[in-house]
Design a protein around this ligand. Structure first.
Ligand code: SAH
Ligand code: SF4
Ligand code: F3S
Length: 478
């Protein structure tokens, strides 16, 4: 199969090459549809983070380009799972669902099953699928997702399982088809990979080394999105604060934000995730100065104990973290703060846990994602022998969750009665007389309105806080 050989091409040449494969794949789909006398369907199931969600939009873009029709369950002719492996339960979900898929395939022999994403970068996972899930047709990883069209052709032309996993890549291929899930908002990758190696985390092993996209490619993509009706973007990277360090002409994330803020027609800019260790003053000032940048910072704490943070390899301590929070609030007084916290990291004691609770009480997060530590093979923490007993972890987890929920509820209720800017995003799913929009801090607001309001920002009086969302009424045009 010479035409599938890996040759070093520029990004533009690779894009062209993939479009040629899409053409070829389209032929297969057309032939199969003629043979079966019906349309071929597909379903993409996404696990994990926003990066995976964005990757799935790329998969959907290609599947639609070659002629498949999307359906929203797994009774499809082509099913692909875009997997996550950040915690053990993410993996278990995939194995569980694969069991169902084998039954579906028995009923529909034309069914093609594919697996991709972070979990596939783990050799043990691929081995398990090769031996125990032999009905899977295609496996690929995070580094060669841009070759999806090519891999589809290989799958259509082969009777055996196609497995193509790369250890890493330095390549970024631009301009392949993408089908957005939402018409009004979109994720935009600004960088890929991670170099931080926090000791509990598998992401650097499965997403490879950090690489930034060229600023002009990012801006061009956003301009295109805005022209297509997008008013809010979420800039995506495992650590956006180290954006641009390795570019030929280095650029900071703060500089990039200021450039993006100039894009006409764009209404809101969000970003994720910001690692506290390199959150610069320059970024705080850029957030303060840029009117389109949401006054919301997701600032993962992971632990409030300086001792644990050191073993986690996070490169900041409790005081430094609290210092950043102070500085953020000083420059941007009503900034919303959210976080991620891990409970039960190896060796975590009651005192360490109390330090975490202390930070939670001091910072008063608008919301916090709390996770039970999950041992990931290959990470430094997995080799540590002082794993915390399950009951102790569970007890700490429940205490933390209670604290975090109490604070979030108080913070949400405190906005009741206030007038806040809300971006009108879509017609309410249950009541067509209502618009569903979001505050800067991402909280949902329902208010009376009409289709023509979508994409605009309104000052909305938050009349009633319903816990996770608000009911409101427009005060005036902004
Ligand atoms: N790049 C982001 C995090 C990506 S993973 C950052 O540095 O903040 C999302 C979250 O999953 C992490 O913030 C962490 O809280 C959690 N997480 C990562 N590995 C984990 C593990 N082994 N066990 C439990 N939670 C984990
Ligand atoms: Fe994982 Fe740390 Fe990288 Fe975030 S910064 S993806 S937690 S290694
Ligand atoms: Fe999961 Fe991969 Fe994201 S491991 S959290 S999908 S980067």
């Amino acid at each position: 199969m010479r035409d599938f050989e890996n040759v070093t091409l520029t990004s533009e040449e690779e894009t062209k090459r993939q479009y040629a494969f899409m053409e070829r794949a389209r032929e297969y789909v057309r032939e199969k549809e003629q043979q079966l006398g019906r349309k071929l369907t597909f379903h993409v199931q996404t696990f994990g983070c926003q990066m995976n969600a964005r990757d799935s939009e790329k998969l959907v873009g290609i599947l639609e380009n070659i002629g498949y029709t999307e359906i929203d369950d797994e009774h499809a002719d082509f099913v692909i799972y875009n997997t996550c492996t950040v915690r053990e339960n993410a993996n278990n979900k995939v194995y569980g669902r694969l069991g169902y898929l084998s039954n579906y395939k028995k009923k529909n022999p034309h069914m093609v099953i594919a697996l991709c994403g972070c979990m596939m970068q783990e050799p043990a996972v691929v081995e398990k699928i090769r031996t125990s899930y032999r009905f899977v047709n295609l496996i690929f990883g995070t580094h060669n997702i841009y070759k999806f069209a090519e891999l589809l052709c290989r799958t259509f032309e082969s009777d055996s399982m196609i497995v193509d996993i790369w250890r890493d890549t330095d390549k970024i291929v631009e301009d392949l088809p993408v089908k957005r899930k939402f018409s009004f908002k979109s994720g935009v990758n600004i960088m890929f990979g991670c170099n931080n190696f926090c000791s509990y985390c598998i992401v650097p092993y499965v997403r490879g080394r950090e690489r930034s996209r060229q600023p002009q490619d990012i801006i061009r993509e956003i301009e295109g999105l805005v022209a297509d009706g997008v008013c809010e973007i979420m800039l995506l990277g495992q650590n956006v604060n180290s954006y641009g360090k390795n570019l030929e002409n280095p650029m900071t994330f703060a500089e990039l934000l200021r450039e993006i803020n100039k894009i006409e027609g764009l209404k809101r800019i969000r970003f994720m995730t910001s690692h506290p260790k390199d959150l610069s003053d320059e970024l705080i000032y850029a957030m303060r100065d840029c009117d389109k940048v949401c006054k919301h910072m997701h600032l993962p704490l992971q632990s409030g104990s300086s001792r644990i943070l050191k073993i986690m390899n996070r490169h900041y301590d409790k005081e430094q973290y609290l210092g950043i929070v102070r500085k953020l609030r000083q420059e941007i007084p009503d900034i919303a703060l959210t976080t991620d916290i891990i409970v039960g990291f190896p060796g975590e004691t009651e005192e360490d846990f109390l330090e975490t609770l202390d930070v939670v009480q001091q910072v008063e997060y608008d919301s916090a994602f709390t996770f039970i530590y999950s041992k990931r093979t290959g990470t430094l923490a997995a080799a540590m022998d002082n794993q915390v007993p399950e009951e102790e972890v569970k007890c700490h987890f429940d205490r933390l969750l209670r604290e975090v929920s109490g604070i979030s509820a108080r913070k949400a209720a405190a906005l009741e009665g206030k007038v806040m800017p809300v971006l009108a995003e879509e017609i309410n799913e249950h009541d067509a007389a209502l618009i569903t929009g979001r505050l800067d801090n991402n909280a949902v607001v329902h208010f009376p309105g009409t289709q023509d309001m979508i994409g605009n920002i309104y000052n909305v009086h938050l009349e009633e806080c319903k816990g996770f969302y608000y009911l409101g009424r427009v005060e005036e045009d902004v």
